[in-house]
Design a protein. Structure first.
Lengths: 113, 115
């Protein structure tokens, strides 16, 4: 069975500081990996995805993530955080054949002025 | 691309009542998914359709829950005899074959409160 662990429930950073959100997955084959962002009371917006190829993927809003097969990780990074990045971030895994996504429990990001 | 829409956005009901939610997927997407999200948790899969066929149901989908997608377009999720434990955000997503189905686009959700 596939699973996702996001070890950090809550992270606080200052505006302009760098950010790294951790994600570890468990999946028996090559995973399809995603990061979504959710603002309060809203649905999920896709930030970026990894299917294959280059292990460093670029997404929207200046985010990037790196797939490390040896560590079963897919950490999300941003070099300089903006106040508008405050939200909840979810890592998810899918596979082939494509069916449902399995999500982690999320990391709440607070940005200090 | 008008995105996935869900109605209503909020629903407050009393325990024991029935509720129905609607999801309209992105028009060319033939797969539609329902997820449930409780406070402080990530979304959990409930069920999904390919066209009008319901292909998979989670063990979370008790017999009080029923989902339909009669014409392969919009879908409804009905909860009968609601319980307080049903209070959650119900999210709908859709995906298309040309993106390999894995890339799912989510709607804004319907927040259900059972009193």
């Amino acid at each position: 069975a596939q699973s996702v662990t996001q070890p950090d429930i809550h992270i606080t950073v200052s505006e302009g500081a760098s950010l790294e959100l951790r994600c570890n997955y468990s999946y028996g084959a090559t995973p399809y990996l995603f990061w979504y962002v959710q603002s309060p009371g809203q649905g999920l917006q896709l930030l970026l995805k990894y299917f294959s190829g280059d292990t460093l993927v670029q997404g929207i809003k200046g985010f990037e993530a790196e797939f490390k097969r040896s560590q079963s990780s897919f950490n999300l990074r941003k070099p300089s955080v903006h106040w508008s990045d405050a939200a909840e971030y979810f890592c998810a895994v899918g596979g082939q054949p494509a069916r449902q996504l399995t999500f982690g429990s999320g990391t709440q990001l607070t940005v200090l002025p | 691309d008008t995105g996935v829409s869900q109605n209503p956005r909020h629903k407050i009901t009393k325990r024991g009542q029935n509720v129905t939610f609607r999801c309209d997927p992105i028009s060319e997407h033939n797969r539609l998914y329902w997820y449930r999200q409780t406070l402080g948790q990530g979304p959990e899969f409930l069920t999904y359709f390919q066209n009008e066929a319901q292909l998979e149901k989670s063990r979370l989908l008790s017999d009080r829950f029923s989902a339909e997608r009669p014409k392969g377009s919009f879908s409804t999720l009905e909860i009968q005899r609601t319980e307080q434990g049903d209070s959650a955000m119900y999210l709908c997503a859709s995906s298309s074959r040309d993106r390999g189905y894995n890339e799912q686009f989510f709607g804004p959700g319907t927040r259900l409160t059972v009193l």
